[in-house]
Design a protein around this ligand. Structure first.
Ligand code: NAD
Length: 475
């Protein structure tokens, strides 16, 4: 029998009250994986009650002590990095090197927020000699965290570390496709790193059965959601009803603009990275390459040649991994058909490759595309790039912004004035110049438009997990 994983609540594994489990899969082969608990309203209530009970003592710890625990979590993640990376690779299908990079990022979030936790402070505001006025930054209380499947530990660290640093406790619902690494991380944090039981709980299950009860639980005081616009909208409606503060990290269809003065070798390498990273299953993927008309032909030929050489891997060590879910694999296949019908021309890819049964797709580059086509407007969430020519800066900006999303954008130019000029006109939460993607745990991250609101990463995220109280004393 496959191993069954229970929820992690109050520092221990917790059998689901309904006694039911959900099957995970192994994307590299399509075979059955291990099973995770199917969470119910009762299970979510147990997790939130535990997080609420742990709140008082956690938020009243000195900030430097909370920071020290987070640093210990970072240390222990690094000490077990190989095991975590194997688990992530197994569940998501990503090559081991990519999984290891994301595990390291997860450790860095705990390290960074552990380090800055003691620096969280309010300010004094001068209202004249008759007043003493100051602000404090209070935690919200119990934070619900709902995560997708594409980078489980990375996204978990990004949300959980600042929430805990600010004195909140958390209940995390990972994706039903990739829950196990999170359960292991929560167990490690309590058993090895000294995190008190109840501060970090994990309930597993589907969006409807487990996610929604978390959104509507009256003791959850803020929700951090990462996932699709579809689910973000559903969650937004539920949250609106109870005036629940939200961070929404949603999808993208990011432009990557290559000007005629760009270093073409670097721009081609970076543009491939932008749309193939994690096999394109990345919210900030640069999936629309807008290329100046004077270099369009050369760029198209060279990127197609380079993409043809990419390895679609049947193994864990190298190359492009498979889609993490069967539904995602089917979705990419559907977009190959949509692109054909719309008249796009595949310079490379565009057909499902033959594999060993795993959910592999072909990295694909389309030309003959206009920005109004579905293939240029909708998030495929696979390694699919469209090439669109532009004639001048004004047109580049107009095409770049002609999308309902606004998560990221890339620019390739040697002209620093142009870089600033264009960056200021782009409607996106982050603009990468001459590298894609760029930034680190320190750089604020989030969307414009339908890509969501609120910010993760950096000091801004720490502030997003607090609410400001202003105290005004008449002397
Ligand atoms: P998804 O929206 O289907 O699921 C995300 C999570 O939400 C899962 O845990 C799921 O169980 C849960 N969920 C679904 N419906 C729910 C509901 N009604 N109530 C409560 N919870 C619900 O997304 P996915 O397929 O797991 O991930 C892919 C999407 O995530 C893409 O659109 C991608 O762009 C986006 N994403 C965004 C970011 C970012 O930082 N902006 C990062 C990664 C992925």
């Amino acid at each position: 029998m496959k191993k069954q994983w229970n929820h992690f609540i109050e520092g221990t594994f917790f059998t689901p009250t309904g006694g039911e489990y959900i099957q995970e899969f192994r994307p590299m082969t399509g075979e059955l994986g291990e099973e995770i608990a199917r969470g119910s309203v009762t299970d979510v209530d147990a997790a939130v009650t535990s997080a609420n009970a742990a709140l008082h003592s956690w938020k009243n710890k000195k900030q430097i002590e909370r920071g020290r625990v987070l640093m210990a979590i970072a240390r222990d993640i690094r000490n077990s990095a190989n095991d975590f990376a194997r688990q992530e690779a197994d569940e998501t299908g990503k090559p081991l090197k990519v999984a290891a990079f994301e595990v390291e990022l997860c450790a860095q979030y705990f390290e960074y927020y552990g380090g800055v936790a003691p620096a969280l402070h309010g300010e004094q505001i001068d209202l004249g000699p008759n007043y003493h006025c100051y602000t404090t930054r209070d935690p919200f209380g119990v934070i619900g965290v709902i995560l997708p499947w594409n980078a489980p530990m990375n996204q978990a660290g990004r949300a959980i570390a600042p929430a805990l640093a600010a004195g909140n406790t958390v209940v995390v619902k990972p994706s039903e496709f990739t829950s196990i690494s999170l359960l292991q991380m929560a167990q490690m944090a309590v058993d090895k790193s000294g995190l008190p039981p109840g501060v970090f709980n994990v309930v597993t299950g589907t969006g409807k059965e487990t996610g929604e009860p978390l959104v509507v639980h009256p003791l959850v005081r803020k929700l951090a959601f990462t996932g699709s616009v579809r689910a973000g909208r559903e969650i937004g409606k539920l949250a609106g009803d109870r005036i629940l503060p939200l961070t929404l990290e949603l999808g993208g269809k990011s432009p990557n603009i290559i000007f005629e003065d760009a270093d073409l070798d670097k721009a081609i390498h970076g543009s491939i990275m932008a749309f193939t990273i994690n096999s394109g299953q990345v919210c900030l993927a640069g999936t629309r390459a807008l290329v100046h008309e004077s270099i369009f032909e050369e760029f198209s030929k060279r990127i197609a040649t380079a993409v043809k050489k990419l390895q679609v891997s049947d193994g864990i060590e190298f190359g492009l991994g498979p889609m993490t879910t069967k539904a995602q694999y089917d979705q990419v296949g559907r977009y190959y058909e949509v692109a054909k019908k719309e008249g796009a021309k595949a310079l490379v890819g565009g057909e499902m490759p033959r594999t060993n049964g795993g959910w592999y797709v072909a990295p694909t580059v389309y030309t003959n595309v206009t920005n109004d086509m579905s293939i240029a407007q909708e998030e495929v969430f696979g390694p699919v790039l469209v090439l669109i020519p532009f004639k001048d800066e004004e047109e580049a900006v107009a095409i770049a912004n002609d999308t309902e999303y606004g998560l990221a954008a890339g620019l390739w130019t040697k002209d620093i004035s142009r870089a600033h000029r264009i960056a200021s006109k782009i409607e996106a939460g982050q603009v990468f110049v001459n590298e894609y993607p760029s930034g680190g745990v320190e750089t604020p991250f989030g969307g414009y438009k339908k890509s969501g609101f609120g910010r993760e990463k950096g000091l801004e995220a720490l502030h997003h997990y607090t609410q400001t109280k202003t105290t005004i004393i008449r002397l």
